[in-house]
Write a protein that binds this ligand. Structure first.
Ligand SMILES: C[S@@+](CC[C@H](N)C(=O)[O-])C[C@H]1O[C@@H](n2cnc3c(N)ncnc32)[C@H](O)[C@@H]1O
Length: 209
């Protein structure tokens, strides 16, 4: 459906992401109702006592406070953002645009979440393949997004697409990486057009037969 060309993954601001994230960006891209809708989604779709990777993480992971996880690891760009995140057990600072190899062993996690950040990936297929490597078999990667972003840092194709197009693009990332079951797309926007929309594209890593 998509033929991803080099120009699709370029940004208005092509400078090093470390420059943009030198200052903490303490924004969530989604309003309270959308944050609550995401937490409700996680409540149903994440298992207690599991190991969670919060990729492209900042100061909020949106995980249900009453659920206890075994290990929640964040990976993001800014130490001040990640230090404020009380839901993480630990974090790593890594620029996925420069190095998409995740610093974790194979089969380390039971779920990966990418929240309101997938539009910043410039090597998405490599990153999705790496996520599959560090996830255990038949475990979910949950990608959520709304319609807001840092426009100069989002890839060109994201800027060109509608909400539906964004869901298809993320589905394409899953399919092309070749390591996942067919994806599921959910519109979990809170009721009422006055709130931010919220979409989830989710796929499980391939099962071992
Ligand atoms: C709008 S914030 C979203 C943070 C968080 N996931 C949330 O739900 O609030 C975008 C995040 O994407 C991450 N990010 C952006 N570019 C990145 C890159 N090249 N490598 C790793 N993380 C990146 C940054 O850590 C930044 O905090």
């Amino acid at each position: 459906m998509f033929e991803l060309l080099t120009e699709h993954l370029q940004r208005v601001d092509q400078t090093d992401d470390a420059i943009f994230y030198r200052v903490p960006r303490l924004v969530k891209h989604i309003d309270h109702p959308a944050c609550n809708a995401l937490t409700d989604y996680f409540r149903v779709n994440l298992r207690p006592q599991s190991d969670i990777l919060d990729l492209m993480s900042s100061y909020a992971s949106h995980l249900p406070e009453e659920l206890s996880f075994n290990n929640v690891i964040g990976l993001g760009m800014n130490e001040a953002e990640l230090s404020k995140n009380t839901q993480l057990n630990d974090f790593v600072i890594q620029d996925l645009g420069k190095n998409y190899i995740l610093p974790f062993d194979d089969n380390s996690f039971d779920a990966c979440v990418i929240t309101v950040s997938v539009q910043y990936l410039i090597q998405p297929i490599h990153v999705f393949q790496e996520i599959a490597r560090v996830l255990r078999p038949d475990c979910p990667c949950i990608v959520s997004f709304s319609n807001r972003c840092f426009p100069t840092k989002a890839v060109a194709i994201w800027q060109q697409l509608s909400d539906v197009g964004h869901t298809q693009l993320v589905g394409h990332y899953f399919a092309t990486s070749g390591a996942y079951e067919p994806c599921r797309i959910d519109d979990i926007s809170p009721n009422g057009s006055s709130t931010d929309p919220l979409f989830v594209v989710r796929s499980n890593t391939t099962k071992i037969e």
